[in-house]
Design a protein around this ligand. Structure first.
Ligand SMILES: Nc1ncnc2c1ncn2[C@@H]1O[C@H](COP(=O)(O)OP(=O)(O)OP(=O)(O)O)[C@@H](O)[C@H]1O
Ligand SMILES: [Mg+2]
Length: 361
């Protein structure tokens, strides 16, 4: 947000479809060379934003500034922007090489130059031996690479990717994620990537923008979003977490002291510190909870009993019923071997102040 001249500046973007408010005053900057991911549930406005950036849709209000120029009313072909769609949208009656050349022809490039550029991009994406094949003769992963080659060929300043991996199976998806990331690094292009898969967003992005009901919920690095969620929505949407609802008992420096069913817990204060007696929710990630046989010297400690275990390969998810707090369950990850040894004896669960993000909504 501090870049004096971002590649893209989205200002107060609003889009209504009849009664539906798809985008609600969205403001966002994208720096050059950034890999930004737009993450959010179905219908939150991700594709609408991309379609407006690509020039396929006009906003009800707001502006899109690309490289310093207002492009809000420019048609797609005039913009230095290209888009990859979820279903790749390759032309089935054209070969791979023809698909890749298509955008270059539209730009009015000469034949020899088109051949040179198309060969270059096909070899860059290791597709040189597939030039004369038709899309139907390719695997899903190869088709995805062709779609990417076609979008990259005209050398756009900004590449929009709308859930481009949605059609791939889990294993191939992981591979293509790595490929896509490496292509972005090698080309230094600005990628605006859309997904509703939080794991995909965490592994691929420099920065994640979480969208909900057409508004930005949080904008930050994957680590910030994961460990410092700004809202309950983000805490629940990204990764698994324990949410503890209680009331503010008071403040100590930068900490909030909370009452959780008679237990005193301490966490980092959120922005706009809430007052004493106000309701508050704390979020603690499963891997931040530590097991002890005795009460640990930690700012947060509760006693409970293991009531369930789920083997997850490298680790085990434990369910702990907290003593003295009716219906309170905590979930914690432990090393699979440690988990296997935990029996019916009471256990102490401890965690640090900075492992607990306090949420006001
Ligand atoms: N052409 C349209 N006409 C009417 N409503 C539309 C149109 N396009 C989108 N919408 C509505 O706008 C909202 C946002 O849609 P959008 O396609 O941007 O969501 P999305 O975040 O991409 O969701 P998904 O993850 O399911 O692709 C939805 O409520 C959708 O029904
Ligand atoms: Mg969509």
């Amino acid at each position: 947000m501090t870049d004096p001249e971002p590649l893209v500046r989205i200002e107060g973007l609003t889009k209504h479809f009849g009664e539906t408010v798809a985008l609600d005053d969205l403001t966002l900057d994208i720096a050059r060379g950034e890999f930004v991911t737009f993450l959010g549930p179905s219908g939150c406005g991700k594709s609408t934003t991309l379609r407006i950036l690509g020039g396929f849709e006009r906003p009800t209000r707001g502006r899109v500034i690309l490289d310093g120029a207002d492009v809000t009313n420019q048609p797609p072909e005039k913009r230095q922007v290209n888009m990859v769609f979820q279903d790749y949208a390759l032309f089935p009656h054209m070969t791979v090489a023809q698909n890749v050349s298509f955008g270059l022809e539209l730009k009015g490039m000469g034949k020899a130059e088109i051949k040179r550029r198309s060969d270059e991009i096909l070899s860059f994406l290791e597709l040189e031996s597939y030039g004369s094949r038709y899309p139907i003769q390719l695997s899903g992963g190869q088709r995805q690479r062709v779609a990417l080659a076609r979008a990259l060929a005209p050398d756009p300043a900004l590449l929009l990717l709308d859930e481009p991996l949605g059609a791939l199976d889990a294993k191939l998806r992981g591979q293509v994620q790595q490929e896509l990331k490496s292509i972005q690094r090698r080309t230094h292009k600005t990628f605006f990537f859309v997904t509703h898969d939080q794991e995909e967003a965490l592994t691929m992005s420099d920065r994640i923008v979480v969208l909900n009901h057409g508004r930005v919920e949080q904008d930050g690095t994957p680590e910030e979003l994961y460990f410092r969620p700004a809202s309950r929505f983000v805490a629940e949407f990204i990764g698994e977490t324990n949410l503890l609802s209680g009331r503010v008992r008071g403040k100590e420096d930068d900490k909030i002291v909370m009452d959780w069913h008679g237990q005193t817990l301490r966490g980092l204060a959120p922005q706009g510190s809430p007052d004493q007696g106000e309701p508050i929710t704390a979020s603690v990630r499963l891997e931040k909870l530590q097991f002890h046989s005795e009460r640990p010297e930690m700012p947060n400690a509760v006693r409970g009993r293991v009531v369930g275990k789920t083997f997850l390969g490298s680790r085990m998810a434990m369910e702990i019923a907290v003593d003295d707090v009716e219906d309170a369950m905590l979930r914690a990850y432990v090393d699979a071997e440690t988990g296997a040894r935990v029996g019916s004896d009471p256990v102490w669960i401890g965690w640090d102040v900075d492992s607990m993000a306090m949420l006001t909504d």
